[in-house]
Design a protein around this ligand. Structure first.
Ligand code: NDP
Ligand code: HSE
Length: 443
């Protein structure tokens, strides 16, 4: 191996090899942000410092931290002198690794770009940035012979990206189904187990530090769609625009739907699904009923999971904490260690480059409607479904003793457009007061 040392100081920092830049000795770290995840990163390092330093034969020296408010009291063991509130105070030539933990696209993109162009490796937990501008950053990193890693951006502490890129590299991934947002899983779990209303459960998730600064990103499915876009790059080699992903959040899920779902043998989860067919990849994020005995249905609270189907390995499920300071901080630290130890790029799965993103959606559906409680209504509606070629898997009728009653149907697999057409007709019948919910059912 040819090694050219290009920076010789009291300790040697960087060296060019045939494989690109490698890092030696003490590692000079700059961190952008010192919030939930950055504190989790620091605490994990300080807790495991001896073991980690031994493994990488180096120590991490946190030299600069960028924050908005340098005088804010922070529960982390760093001297006040490391804090700055201007990115220009980072002398990038004298740093080896930049860890971006401020979130959002701007100014994070510019800061990362400058860091890569100055020869720093970059670690980020920023899914919005990686989903929207990740391909540009990956190219900039490549052109500058440095690495950008983003394990913590999907699934918090669970090693999803490294598993797809390393352990499962011998497989063609045909399908992925994941719970990728801790906040919504926490809310749905509380609604299911404790019948707590949506707003109360969301407030609890915010207090626990899982929710994004603006929790609409969580509850309306944006956060999960960013994560699915990133996974799609690594699993399918397809980098979609986030808006290409069919997306629906959980605001409309009611405790009624959760109860009827349970009666029929299903739980409701916000599922991110990616499926590869020959000419296209289907990507969607939406609430779905999943059979209670499916492994994904047992993933509760802020936990995340990814159920992967590989063409050789079969089914694999990765499960763990998808958010929170310490789990996410540990994934950031794992990336730092990986960059120092291996210095190799993820290959991604590029054999699907020409595949296009498409949402066709042949699926079974759960439909809840309110109808007049009188003889023959159930039969008439079943016939109306039949007229559109929709066959029914199960039906539940609950009389409430009043004029109106809820009717719940689970269909067999059907195109969503066909279901919409049938429901438009059914909605206009004089005995139907309202179509209240339509939710995908996943087998
Ligand atoms: P926080 O809001 O807790 O912390 C953000 C930090 O960045 C704060 O220290 C803040 O400074 C600083 N900051 C924000 N904007 C700027 C700016 N323009 N200039 C300088 N400093 C700035 O965020 P999190 O730690 O929760 O999240 C960080 C990233 O990790 C995000 O991309 C998030 O999506 C991702 N993530 C978060 C997870 C979680 O569980 N929280 C899990 C997985 C990923 P100050 O303290 O002075 O206000
Ligand atoms: N807000 C995100 C969640 C944090 O709830 O999953 C982890 O990315």
């Amino acid at each position: 191996m040819v090694v050219i040392l290009y920076l010789i100081n009291t300790s040697v920092r960087r060296a060019w090899t045939e494989e690109g830049m490698i890092i030696l000795g003490k590692q000079r770290i700059g961190i952008l942000g010192m919030g939930t995840v950055a504190k989790g990163f620091c605490k994990t390092y300080f807790m495991n410092k001896n073991e980690i330093d031994n493994k990488i034969d180096a120590s991490l020296d946190i030299e600069k931290v960028l924050v908005k408010d340098i005088d804010k009291k922070r529960d982390v063991d760093l001297p006040h002198s490391v804090y700055v509130d201007d990115f220009n105070d980072f002398n990038l030539e004298e740093l080896d690794i930049i860890i971006e933990l401020i979130g959002g696209v701007d100014p994070a993109f510019e800061y990362i770009k400058k860091s890569l162009e100055s020869g720093c490796h970059v670690i980020t937990a920023n899914k919005e940035l990686m989903a929207k501008r990740g391909s540009e950053l990956l190219k900039i990193a490549k052109n500058n012979n440095v690495l950008i890693r983003y394990e913590a951006s999907v699934g918090g502490g669970i090693p999803l990206i490294s598993t797809i890129n390393d352990a499962l590299v011998s497989n063609k991934i045909v399908r992925m189904m994941g719970i990728l947002n801790g906040t919504t899983n926490y809310i749905l779990t509380k609604m299911t187990k404790e019948r707590i209303e949506f707003d109360v459960a969301l407030k609890q998730a915010q207090e626990l530090g899982f929710a994004e600064a603006d929790p609409t990103a969580d509850v309306d499915g944006f956060d999960a769609s960013y994560k699915l876009a990133i996974l799609s790059k690594d699993a399918f080699g397809v980098i979609p625009e986030p808006e290409e992903i069919l997306k629906q959040g959980i605001r409309n899920i009611s405790i009624e739907d959760i109860k009827y779902g349970l009666e029929l043998g299903y739980k409701i989860k916000l599922l991110a699904i990616g499926e590869r067919n020959n000419e296209h990849v289907e990507l969607s994020v939406e609430p779905a009923l999943i059979p209670i005995d499916h492994p994904i249905a047992s993933v509760n609270n802020e936990y995340n999971a990814l159920f992967i189907e590989g063409n050789s390995i079969g089914e694999v499920m990765l499960f763990g904490k998808g958010a929170g300071a310490m789990p996410t901080g540990s994934a950031v630290l794992a990336d730092v260690i990986d960059v120092i130890k291996k210095n190799k790029d993820y290959m991604g799965n590029n054999n699907a480059k020409n595949i296009i993103v498409k949402n066709i959606g042949l699926s079974a559906y759960y439909v809840r409607m309110e109808v007049l409680d009188m003889p023959g209504v159930l039969g008439k509606i079943a016939v109306a479904f039949g007229d559109y070629g929709i066959s029914l898997d199960s039906v539940v009728q609950r009389a409430r003793g009043g004029r109106f009653a809820p009717l719940i149907f689970i269909t067999h697999e059907i195109e969503r457009m066909k279901l919409n057409d049938a429901l438009k007709t059914i909605e206009n019948k004089e005995y139907v007061t309202e179509i209240q919910s339509i939710i995908k059912v996943v087998k």
